[in-house]
Every structure is written in structure tokens, then in C-alpha cells.
Design a protein around this ligand. Structure first.
Ligand code: 5GP
Ligand code: MG
Length: 182
């Protein structure tokens, strides 16, 4: 059996719009808001959210990006396989001037929570946001850290033998979320 579609393009777009309205409800005015997307697909979702939020308000909501990639040290080739990959900031192109801002961090999928933890480290290093909120298109469960999303497009309980594919038009030519067995 092939991939199963969980969100088609209309449903993905609706989920993004709904999240934006939820962000508006949570914030009195959007003038202190900044959207920070985690590359790759989180950054595209973040840009779309910033556009929607700007059209819902009288300010241009700024958007920036973080690049968090998986890193494994390789001291011992046997241990190497056991040890969880460690997400780290791979880039010095981090957002600046976040002091006092309400930051909405955006990613496509929330899984163990390790990427978000690394992103929070990076954000806190660049200044002191007054508040950081988390928006994800898919929460697939299996957290290994105490991380939860404030805004969720779709909760998709998965097994570890399944992979979630988030397709965005900018990269994949279409918007969709599908699940498949791996
Ligand atoms: P975590 O760090 O929470 O374990 O994983 C989240 C990060 O890894 C996100 O940046 C996301 O892009 C990627 N990721 C983890 N699991 C999946 C998955 O099942 N599907 C997709 N598309 N990305 C995933
Ligand atoms: Mg990612």
C-alpha cells in the first residue's frame, strides 16, 4: 500500500489560515510579532503565515529563518548508531533584534522535540524575546523532550514505522501531507 493523504492542498491551506487567526486571537496587535521558520519546509510555511498575518493586520509581520540540521559525532562507530542525532544550528544567518518580540517559531513536523530545543537555544542567544510560541503543521507524537506546540495544523498519531511527508508548493510543486510505511 502506498502513501495515504492526510491533508490535501485545500486542507493544508485552511490549516495555515486557521493557525494565523489563532495567532491573532492570542496577541493584542501584531506589531511585536516575528515569524521564524525552521528550514527547509518550516521556512516556506512561515513566509506564507507572515503574508497572511500581514493582510489580517495593519503592520507588515517580519519573517526570518533558522537552519537546524542533524549532527552526530562519530567517536565510536558502535556507539554512533545508538546515539540519537543531535540537531544543531548550522548557520550564522540567525534572526537578530528579537529582544522584546513575540516570536512564533514554525516547523513542518514536530517529532522528538530536539529540533525545537536547538532552535530555542539559538533564539535565546540572539536576544531575549518576550515570548516564544510554537506552530507546526503536523504533530506526529513520540516526544523525547517536554515540548508542545501552541498551534497545530493536524495531530497525526504515528507509529515509528511510519514517515510523514509534508509537501509544499515552493519545493515539491504541490501542497499535501501524506503518511507512508518505511
Ligand atoms: P524532531 O527534532 O522533533 O525529532 O523532528 C522534527 C524535525 O525533523 C523537523 O524539522 C522536521 O522537518 C523533521 N522531521 C521529523 N520527523 C519527520 C517526519 O516524519 N516527516 C517529516 N517530513 N519531517 C520530519
Ligand atoms: Mg525540518
Amino acid at each position: 500500500s502506498g502513501p495515504v493523504t492526510v491533508l490535501d492542498s485545500k486542507a493544508l491551506e485552511r490549516a495555515l489560515t486557521r493557525i494565523c487567526y489563532e495567532i491573532v486571537e492570542r496577541n493584542e496587535g501584531l506589531d511585536q510579532l516575528e515569524i521564524v521558520g525552521i528550514r527547509t519546509r518550516g521556512a516556506y510555511l512561515a513566509r506564507r503565515m507572515a503574508t497572511k498575518l500581514s493582510s489580517l493586520s495593519d503592520v507588515d509581520v517580519p519573517v526570518s529563518e533558522l537552519d537546524i540540521t542533524l549532527y552526530r559525532d562519530d567517536l565510536d562507530p558502535n556507539e554512533y548508531r545508538e546515539r540519537p542525532k543531535n540537531p544543531v544550528l548550522s548557520d550564522n544567518n540567525v534572526p537578530t533584534n528579537l529582544a522584546g518580540k513575540t516570536v512564533v517559531l514554525v516547523d513542518d513536523v514536530l517529532f522528538t522535540g530536539r529540533t525545537v530545543r536547538a532552535a530555542l537555544d539559538a533564539l535565546v542567544d540572539t536576544g531575549r524575546p518576550s515570548c516564544v510560541l510554537l506552530a507546526v503543521m503536523v504533530d506526529r507524537g513520540h516526544r523525547e523532550l517536554p515540548v508542545r506546540a501552541d498551534f497545530v495544523g493536524k495531530n497525526i498519531p504515528t507509529s515509528l514505522g511510519e514517515a510523514v511527508d509534508v509537501h509544499v508548493t515552493e519545493v515539491d510543486g504541490e501542497d499535501a501531507v501524506t503518511i507512508r510505511k518505511v
